[in-house]
Design a protein around this ligand. Structure first.
Ligand code: ADP
Length: 600
């Protein structure tokens, strides 16, 4: 209990932004001195970074039954993840099937491998592509809208899952994850920067964390630690150490993307991979550093140069497009689109509000505003519209994002050029999201996920693969770290005050009504991955047991159904129980079996 009070206090301090007044806070009890309090912070799983990967990992670790703390150095969550525009790549998903899109895990692997110039780590890429569909289902099960699928650059089939209505994926993702963190009461310490990983005998034991307001450092002991600190795209010194040619580039990254996780992991012997692989996004509005999502090109927008001439296949990979733009006079391009694209892409309204879009009631007016020859621009658009109608780009062989002609006035332009966008390299992990050392061994209990890691993307990340990465490996890191802390953790006995809530539920609650017909019932229903079969025993009018006879659901997800939902149903004798967050489909399958088989 003592430790729980201390954690609550620290959280409150950080969230209310008054951490600097820590020493003025009334002691919790007279017997605990301030220094003892600081040293005694401990948890099963500590997550460093409250971006997409960190929050996903925290939710999964919590759902394993672990006590979880997140430390975040900024005063808010979201990191670079909140800036993600396009979507999440996944293959063989139910949404693709519903939309008649024929895609395969193999094609997803091959596209990513080709896009990454075959530098990708095959082990992690295999895990990534094989678990993408499940990541989409999981995000949907925790409340995210991912009902649309769009084509993406470098992808042979449409597989970029995103919210319907052209809403940016990042804000939707961060909102969904934050809500899940809040619902679970997972403690997040803000303004808390991890500065050192503490390792003893090749095993992680905790992290040194600095209060960024006071500079005061404290140790948080943890059975497992997940590094989810994002990339280093806002650390010019660090990226120019690996890539001198990027000196002076603007960055699209949030200011916290300084590569801290990579630095502290390197200090304890972690291997780093592909550090020089730094992606410049070709379509950054240069005044505001706003990234213009490639989904605008997927919808049919084109590039023209300073003279109004189309100069490239706009659906090439980001590295090639960046270099093609830098080869043009002025080192910039205009993205040209029309009202039909504006109608289909909500994000355009935000760009217009920010004042980065030039509008013309005709092509002629737009050309005049851009100070380019209007006949040249008219001719570029005519030629392009002809290619779309014939489904063949004779000039640059573009073959996707060609469903709409650009013919509906008004016309629009956004001036773009490349900026530092994504750092592909980072901490080496294996497919269990374990941190791998330079000698090839792992550091027990230490995991990493998201942009802080290297390997998935190789030499170039395809649009839609960052959100996929943080979800797929965030989940994996959380599940593995949760399991590790529960099986190997020395701290768990002291800290697991939030273990499975259903542990409190044993037997049948007092006052429950005997309402079912005695008998042994069997039934089946469709779960996430196949059929779920169960046997139910009713005696004296009460459901006495629900035994799962068969299922092919994901282990950890289904465990929450077995450990939480089933005891809750028996305890309450209620077949209308709430589904378990994160295991909605599996929960529904169990409830369906009960409702269809058990007689009242
Ligand atoms: P990803 O996409 O991999 O999830 P993000 O950039 O979205 O990465 O999130 C990383 C988060 O980690 C950011 O919120 C960032 O402020 C936070 N962070 C970075 N370094 C540290 C650190 N040393 N300690 C705590 N949080 C950190």
């Amino acid at each position: 209990m003592k430790k729980f009070i201390i954690l609550t206090l620290a959280t409150t301090l950080a969230v209310t932004g008054c951490a600097q007044k820590k020493d003025k806070v009334e002691p919790v009890t007279n017997s605990i001195t301030q220094s003892e309090k600081v040293e005694e912070l401990e948890t099963d799983v500590l997550v460093i970074g409250a971006g997409g990967a960190g929050m996903t990992a925290a939710i999964e670790a919590y759902d394993q039954g672990s006590k979880v703390i997140i430390v975040e150095k900024m005063p808010f969550s979201g990191g670079n993840s909140v800036r993600a525009k396009g979507g999440l790549n996944a293959a063989e998903t139910s949404t693709q099937k519903e939309m008649g899109i024929d895609d395969s895990i193999e094609a997803f692997f091959n596209d990513t491998y080709k896009g990454g110039k075959e530098l990708n780590d095959k082990e992690v890429l295999t895990y990534f592509t094989e678990n993408s569909a499940e990541a989409v289902e999981w995000l949907k099960s925790v409340g995210m809208n991912l009902d649309d699928v769009a084509p993406g650059a470098g992808a042979s089939n449409p597989r970029m899952h995103r919210p319907a209505g052209g809403i940016d994926v990042g804000p939707a993702l961060v909102e969904t994850l934050s809500k899940n963190i809040k619902d679970r009461d997972i403690e997040t310490l803000y303004n808390a920067q991890a500065t050192k990983l503490i390792v003893e005998n090749d095993t992680i034991t905790g992290v040194l964390v600095k209060d960024v307001n006071t500079g005061e450092e404290q140790k948080i002991l943890a059975d497992s630690v997940i590094i989810a600190t994002g990339g280093f795209g806002a650390n010019e010194e660090m990226y120019t150490k690996y890539r001198k040619d990027l000196k002076g580039f603007i960055t699209t990254n949030h200011s916290g993307a300084t590569g801290d996780g990579i630095t502290i992991a390197e200090e304890i012997g972690a291997a780093l991979v592909d550090m020089e692989q730094i992606q410049t996004n070709p379509t950054v509005e240069q005044g505001t550093a706003e990234v213009i999502s490639e989904s605008i090109r997927g919808l049919g927008a084109i590039f023209v140069n300073k003279s109004g001439v189309r100069f490239t296949n706009e659906m090439l990979t980001r590295d090639v497009l960046s270099s093609n733009i830098l080869s043009e006079d002025g080192k910039f391009a205009y993205i040209i689109f029309d009202q039909s694209i504006r109608d289909n892409m909500k994000a355009v309204e935000g760009m217009i509000k920010k004042g980065i879009v030039t509008e013309g009631s005709s092509i002629d007016e737009l050309a005049n505003k851009l100070e380019i020859d209007s006949n040249t621009l008219i001719s570029s658009l005519d030629t392009w519209n002809g290619f779309v109608k014939n489904k063949k780009d004779d000039e640059f062989q573009r073959d996707t994002g060609m469903d709409n002609t650009l013919e509906k006035a008004p016309y629009y332009a956004i001036k773009v050029g490349p900026g530092v966008h994504h750092t592909m390299g980072g901490i080496k992990i294996n497919s269990n999201a374990e941190v791998v050392k330079m000698d090839g061994n792992i550091i027990k209990g230490l995991y990493a996920a998201g942009e802080t890691t290297g390997g998935v993307h190789g030499a170039n990340r395809l649009g839609g693969n960052a959100v996929a990465d943080i979800t797929i490996f965030g989940r994996q890191a959380g599940q593995q770290a949760g399991k590790y802390s529960l099986t190997n953790g020395s701290l768990q006995a002291k800290t697991s005050s939030k273990k499975n809530p259903s542990e409190k539920l044993s037997g049948i609650k007092e006052g429950a009504k005997a309402q079912f017909k005695d008998g042994i019932y069997e039934g089946e229903a469709k779960g996430n991955n196949g059929t779920v079969k169960a046997k139910i025993i009713v005696e004296n009018g009460f459901i006495q047991s629900i035994e799962i006879l068969e299922h092919s659901e994901t282990g950890p997800i289904f465990e929450t159904v077995e450990n939480q939902l089933i005891p809750t149903i028996i305890y309450n004798q209620d077949l209308e129980a709430d589904t378990i967050t994160g295991a909605t489909v599996s929960s529904k399958a169990v409830l369906e079996i009960l409702n269809n088989s058990v007689e009242k």
